[in-house]
Design a protein around this ligand. Sequence first.
Ligand code: HEC
Ligand code: HEC
Ligand code: HEC
Ligand code: HEC
Ligand code: HEC
Length: 284
Amino acid sequence: MSGQWRSLHFAGARAPFLRRTLPALLFLCPLLAAPESPAASDVQDSCVDCHSDPDFLVTNRKLYDYFQKWTESIHKQEDVTCTDCHGGDPGVADKTRSHEGDLQASKRSSAVNFRNVPQTCGECHDEIYDGFRKSSHFEHVVAKKQEDQGPTCVTCHGSINVSVLNVNSVEQTCSRCHNDESENHPDTPEKARSLLNRFLSIHRYYRYIAVRGDPVETREFFEAVDAAIRDLSVTWHTFDLSEIEEKTAAILDTVKQKRGEVARAYKMKRQERDEQRKAGAAKE
Ligand code: HEC
Ligand code: HEC
Ligand code: HEC
Ligand code: HEC
Ligand code: HEC
């Protein structure tokens, strides 16, 4: 369900994720759960109310930019708000009381401190978090020496306005740490790019089947492929490149074979239609 899949999944493909997270979100945000009932206080979300103040453009440009990034993000579209990642109390308008706890990213106990980022994001992206915890990246998030430090979710995806790595961006992201100078697995960026490149072929076959295939007959097929793709996303976060390669190849094989079947069936249908038309013309 990553960026590269967004355009090709059917609307329902994202539903399992939402079905899991939405109840959790609603539970966390009673104001969201009952939008039509008058809230206990007049404050809907004090973080958004106050941080959206356009005066910050002049008085605190950095703060203003953070808010703008959120308004453009997929998280905003999905009703993931400041409190979901930062904590604090969105029910009070006063800044100091609303900013309860450590909100500054540099503070050790802040939810967005680099040490805590995987867990904070993992509240919702739980399967990916489980995969990530198996990686040597996770072990290295808290390395003693700066040059040994591993990436967190934010290193690869950004923080507020997240994006998914694709064949164009992945090499640059990995080579920040994996390069000839660092001597830390320098062949990794190119390998990652070529693995994501195969997604493009999968994408192409998948679309063909979606357009030409019989919707009823292909339903089970798509359910199985969507599940395999979700599983592959989790495996990506273990960064076990040979397992990623195996799973990518298996999905590619499956969609390629199905595309062949669909293409043959489509061709036969057209031939039948042409013959019927010819027979009809001969009678006249
Ligand atoms: C009444 C206005 C107001 C409210 C309400 C408010 N903020 Fe802020 N926030 C600010 C200002 C102004 C700053 C800039 C630093 C400062 O002045 O404390 C800031 C800074 C921050 C920072 C940067 C870290 C820091 O402390 O400087 C974060 C993160 C943050 N706010 C998140 C939130 C969240 C989450 C909420 C809701 C739970 C919230 N804010 C509610 C005005 C507000
Ligand atoms: C999806 C999670 C997420 C959401 C939603 C989110 N943030 Fe953040 N934010 C982060 C992360 C992670 C960082 C720390 C990394 C960075 O600075 O980019 C951060 C950093 C910040 C900072 C700078 C903190 C510092 O100490 O320098 C501010 C200010 C901020 N966010 C405000 C907000 C406001 C206001 C909202 C809601 C309108 C919001 N954020 C929504 C994840 C989020
Ligand atoms: C409160 C729940 C929640 C939290 C916390 C959260 N996310 Fe998300 N995130 C979502 C939802 C919902 C979506 C949209 C459904 C999807 O694509 O999986 C999403 C989508 C994404 C995407 C996919 C974007 C795309 O274009 O397809 C990435 C990457 C992502 N989040 C990263 C993060 C990172 C990094 C953090 C922590 C800084 C984080 N998320 C925190 C709920 C959350
Ligand atoms: C912020 C630095 C950083 C970034 C960015 C980064 N890595 Fe790593 N990576 C590390 C560190 C540190 C290690 C651990 C090296 C070791 O084991 O000695 C590592 C190890 C690995 C390993 C070896 C895993 C193992 O179990 O032996 C792979 C594969 C890997 N990274 C893939 C990637 C890919 C793919 C990307 C880009 C999508 C990436 N890395 C981005 C720092 C980074
Ligand atoms: C070293 C870089 C790296 C790190 C660290 C990383 N990711 Fe990813 N992430 C990727 C790559 C590469 C993909 C693309 C593979 C794919 O599309 O499945 C991806 C895809 C995703 C997606 C989209 C997949 C989907 O099924 O919707 C989400 C969401 C996501 N990552 C969240 C996270 C979270 C949360 C963390 C931290 C716990 C994290 N990532 C850590 C590189 C990284």
